[in-house]
Design a protein around this ligand. Structure first.
Ligand code: SAT
Ligand code: MN
Length: 590
């Protein structure tokens, strides 16, 4: 008798008609074979899937160039397909499941002809974790198969684990012919299924990531009483040797990865990394909130990554522990056969091909690396990997940070008055857009909890779910709003960011342990300047004050924008959120 898994694979193969089916076991040997296939057999147009790189300076590394139209998440082509539109909410594109299935079946019909279907069995989370989930993705490109080996715990043991169960998470993926007009990412929360076609890019194609670990998982968490969040997880070791675990939510390309592996500018402090993108949060047996990272790799933005901004990531990329590391859409230094991107250490190389393979001229407008070019690397390569990373029960969280990219208004750091106010801080978060998704860069958009593109159901219900989670916690984490991006009158960033962010984390750690006071403002509790460790920074006092400045006048349009945003959710928006909104309006006297 075929298992439900075998039956499902068989059905998808009948639809997509691959020349052969390859069941992956997740081994290194297999990954080496897949790289060989990508080097010599599979192609995008005339370009092989992989190119060799200088193995001395970039061990186990391979280069991948995407289809030119396929460089970011396609949010406008991403749908949640639940029969009830209201359940999906105004924060998502909605399509009826029947319509979506019909549309996709046409696109999938025969789409793998002549190609290999790879069956990828993988765990999100440690296999022994009560919070982990077993999943299988099908794909027709070696790049995705290899990437999934890096990003997830891929193993044939998952097949045994699934056994005769029908309720594993199912992902069907094909690059199709990369036609942007035939590109869709469809989510079926009721069936725990994702169907994606037409793109090989990260968030569109590595279905364990945003599609499953956030969109489907947020829905599962809503049903089952946990949270799937767009958050980094890190431990802050202080001079006492104590490690305090925190999470931080920030939109794509706002420095989450840098924060997760920050190299402390303050002596005696050290950051331990558990995750740079996704956290699954559960109420533990002791009533505290526990976080696991369902992934096992980093899919990080390359441009701007250097020994100065993120030395630990540079060390991770040049570590040769795990096979392989991938570079996608960076430039290529052809003299050395190395990846190159804007912001990398050292002199600009003489001969560079840009991310589309064309000779690049330094100094011009055009960038060599696509602004959303990425590396894909195992978390086990990280010199800062926390010893608790593989602990099946996760780590207990003491503080949660909500950040965004805001040139004005939002202080460097403020602490929520209580859990409910913290949920409001998360809900009112806005950020100036980046290149991680296909939209105009630099526009303000409200991005509650940095989950706008990833919350798989109505965000009004999501806020309510957060409020309920707080009620179940005996010792809830403190919640903070942070903003590294405030500018002065000349438009220059005031706060140096990167390794200096430890100064803000230090204050948060001291707050969590009741070791330092705070000053009340309409926006929340902020540090007394004397309590922030600023030595050696040389930021004049007036600039420091500017980082915390609250001008009620300037808040008027912001409050309007927040109100309009909240109103969209009608009676699904919890009254508690309006209570906090009204309290803020009153305090600001606006
Ligand atoms: O494309 S991904 O979603 O994987 C990366 C990101 O946008 O955060
Ligand atoms: Mn992300």
């Amino acid at each position: 008798m075929a298992t439900p898994l075998e039956k499902w694979v068989d059905e998808q193969a009948k639809l997509t008609k691959p020349a052969r089916i390859h069941w992956c076991d997740g081994s290194e040997e297999e990954a080496r074979k897949l790289i060989e296939i990508g080097l010599h057999e599979e192609k995008i147009g005339d370009t092989p899937i992989f190119q060799d790189l200088n193995q001395t300076n970039w061990p186990k590394s391979y280069y991948h160039r995407s289809h030119p139209t396929d460089v970011a998440r396609a949010e406008h082509l991403t749908f949640i397909c639940h029969p009830d539109k209201e359940t999906v909410g105004p924060n998502n594109n909605w399509m009826h499941p029947d319509e979506a299935r019909e549309k996709m079946r046409k696109l999938y019909d025969g789409c793998m002809k002549g190609r290999t279907m790879y069956v990828l069995p993988y765990m999100m989370g440690h296999p022994d974790s009560p919070y982990a989930k077993a999943s299988v993705q099908l794909t027709d490109v070696s790049y995705v198969a290899v990437s999934m080996r890096i990003m997830t715990r891929m193993s044939k043991d998952v097949i045994t684990k699934i056994g005769n169960r029908p309720d594993f998470v199912k992902g069907l993926h094909s690059v199709g012919d990369f036609d942007p007009n035939k590109r869709f990412i469809m989510h079926f929360p009721l069936e725990q299924e994702v169907w994606s076609v037409g793109s090989g890019y990260g968030g569109n194609a590595l279905l364990g990531k945003k599609c499953f670990a956030l969109r489907i998982a947020s829905w599962l968490g809503y049903q089952e009483g946990w949270l799937a969040e767009h958050m980094v997880i890190l431990g802050i070791q202080d001079p006492k040797g104590r490690v305090t675990y925190i999470t931080a939510a920030m939109p794509s390309a706002c420095g989450k990865t840098n924060l997760a592996m920050l190299e402390s500018a303050l002596p005696g402090y050290k950051i331990w990394t558990l995750g740079d993108d996704i956290a699954w949060l559960n109420v533990g047996p002791d009533g505290r909130l526990y976080a696991i990272n369902p992934e096992s790799g980093f899919f990080g933005v390359a441009p701007g990554t250097s020994m100065k901004t993120n030395p630990n990531m540079m060390r991770t990329l040049q570590n040769n522990k795990f096979f392989p590391t991938l570079f996608t859409n960076t430039g290529l230094d052809t003299d050395k056969n190395e990846p190159w991107w804007e912001g990398l250490d050292g002199a600009v190389p003489q001969h560079v091909l840009d991310w589309q393979g064309k000779p690049w001229t330094p100094g011009g407008e055009a960038k060599a690396a696509h602004p959303n070019s990425r590396f894909t690397v195992s978390i086990y390569n990280a010199p800062t990997l926390d010893k608790e990373f593989d602990n099946p029960r996760g780590v207990p969280i003491s503080a949660m940070l909500f950040g965004g990219r805001r040139m004005q208004l939002i202080p460097l750091v403020s602490e929520a008055f209580n859990w409910q106010h913290g949920v409001f801080l998360g809900a009112r978060t806005g950020s100036e857009t980046t290149a991680a998704a296909q939209h105009k860069v630099g526009m303000l958009r409200r991005d509650p909890f940095s989950m706008l593109p990833f919350c798989g159901y109505n965000m009004g219900d999501y806020f309510g779910h957060w409020l309920n989670m707080g009620k179940r916690l005996k010792n809830p984490p403190k919640i903070y709003s942070v903003n590294w991006f405030r500018v002065d009158d000349n438009g220059k960033f005031i706060w140096p960011g990167f390794g200096e962010n430890i100064r803000v984390l230090k204050w948060i750690v001291e707050r969590v342990h009741g070791e330092v006071g705070a000053k009340e403002t309409p926006l929340g509790l902020v540090p007394e300047l004397k309590d922030l460790e600023l030595s050696g920074l040389n930021i004049p006092a007036d600039k420091m004050n500017k980082l915390f400045e609250i001008k009620p006048e300037a808040w008027k349009p912001e409050l309007e924008d927040i109100r309009k945003y909240m109103e969209q959710f009608g009676d699904r928006m919890p009254q508690a959120m309006w209570d906090d909104y009204n309290a803020l309006v009153k305090k600001l006297g606006a």
